[in-house]
Design a protein around this ligand. Structure first.
Ligand SMILES: [Zn+2]
Length: 391
């Protein structure tokens, strides 16, 4: 099974300089290739292929003003053209937006394939072409040999090496239990068995400090030395918040995967919700998409089933006892009483129960399977049993 482990490393001054050059060249090649593809399409509607960009790269390296392109290893430059190709394919297959130019600000990365790094398993030594041996903090064990290594530098100036490995992950023993998980804003998650998991509100807690740092940043002259140092402080605090949030989510998802065989969540349209500004910060704070991403790969690692329930399924508005669907349920209403059976519901717990029922319903009907997760057909458990199931 392909897994990706990320380790922090501490480059020497010389390595920092060499990596900086590599990131710069990767960015330049990626952006120039994107420009080439964009221009050629807007000029005469022709599509530039990966092979053509690869041939162009060879030419760019020969240009008199671009001799610096020959300094770093050629592998990351080649890899970024492959990434651009993937970005285009994702765009054409409607999985993502149109590829964007890489910015000098923000996270930088470069990918090395097997022929551009050396690996010694007995010594645990990783060295990159033209960079040298990395001082890595090996925070976990693994048995196999890495197939690719991606080096990133985040906004807070930290360096990470992400290793793609082929590991055998043993499935966890079956527990015979299923759970519906309702992700919320006031609390991170509510389970169908009534358990409540609070948000790790790191952003809320540290908001005052962040606001203070950002106010100071706004007073600095853009581009000055003091502005740069202040921007680093803001970035470092952001990084710390993101780290603790990720840690909270990682622990929660591992706990869920250990305890349950079948996990049902709502296929939330995070992008749609992010558009509503008032909710935006809370949602990004809670990290819905990160939660789902972690749950997805952990389920596939440990042999669990993740069921995504259609986002149009009225999980909040439907009574989990009698199936009555009420017309409107404002977000502010946390508890409600069913007019059909007079049951009193906690909004989130009721939704989680519905999700579990909808997730189970799909196996009963032999629901459609997708490679990474199962999606309950539109309409979910609400569908009449006499109606044929969707393909
Ligand atoms: Zn009811």
């Amino acid at each position: 099974m392909k897994v990706r482990y990320t380790f922090r490393f501490y480059p020497s001054t010389r390595q920092k300089r060499a990596l900086g050059k590599t990131f710069g060249c990767v960015r330049y090649v990626y952006n120039r290739a994107l420009r080439l593809r964009k221009d050629s399409f807007s000029r005469d509607k022709t599509r530039v292929t990966y092979c053509q960009t690869s041939a162009a790269l060879t030419k760019w390296k020969q240009e008199p003003g671009c001799s610096w392109l020959r300094e770093p290893s050629c592998v990351p430059l080649q890899q970024c053209l492959r990434h651009l190709q993937t970005a285009y394919r994702n765009f054409f297959e409607k999985r993502s937006d149109y590829p964007r130019f890489k910015s000098k600000h923000g996270e930088q990365s470069a990918e090395f394939t097997r022929r551009a790094f050396g690996w010694d398993g007995s010594q645990r030594s990783l060295s990159l072409a033209k960079i040298g041996r990395l001082r890595i903090r090996w925070s976990r064990q693994f048995a196999s040999e890495p197939s690719t290594v991606t080096i990133t530098k985040d906004c807070a100036g930290r360096y990470f090496a992400s290793l793609c490995l082929d590991e055998t992950v043993a499935a966890l023993p079956a527990t015979g239990l299923g759970v519906g998980i309702d992700l919320g804003i006031n609390r991170l998650a509510t389970l169908s068995n009534g358990e409540r998991i609070a948000n790790a509100r790191h952003l809320e807690g540290r908001l005052g400090k962040l606001a203070r740092l950002q106010r100071v940043l706004a007073r600095r002259t853009r581009g000055s030395g003091r502005w740069k140092r202040q921007r680093q402080r803001v970035a470092r605090l952001h990084a710390r918040i993101a780290d603790s949030r990720r840690d909270h989510l990682a622990k929660l998802t591992t706990d869920l995967v250990r305890r349950f065989d079948v996990l049902c969540i709502e296929d939330l349209d995070v992008r749609g919700l992010m558009g509503r500004r008032r909710l935006a910060r809370s949602i990004s704070d809670v990290g819905f998409s990160e939660f789902r991403r972690m749950l997805t790969y952990k389920c596939s690692w440990y042999g669990r089933q993740l069921r995504l329930v259609d986002r149009f399924f009225p999980s909040s508005r439907r009574c989990s006892k009698c199936g009555h669907v009420i017309e409107d349920l404002p977000l502010s209403l946390r508890t409600w009483t069913c007019p059909g059976c007079a049951a009193c519901h906690d909004r989130d717990e009721n939704a989680a129960r519905n999700l579990l029922a909808a997730g189970h319903a799909v196996t009963a009907r032999g629901g459609r399977a997708r490679p990474r997760a199962t999606t309950v057909a539109r309409g979910g458990a609400r569908r009449n049993v006499n109606q044929p199931a969707l393909p």
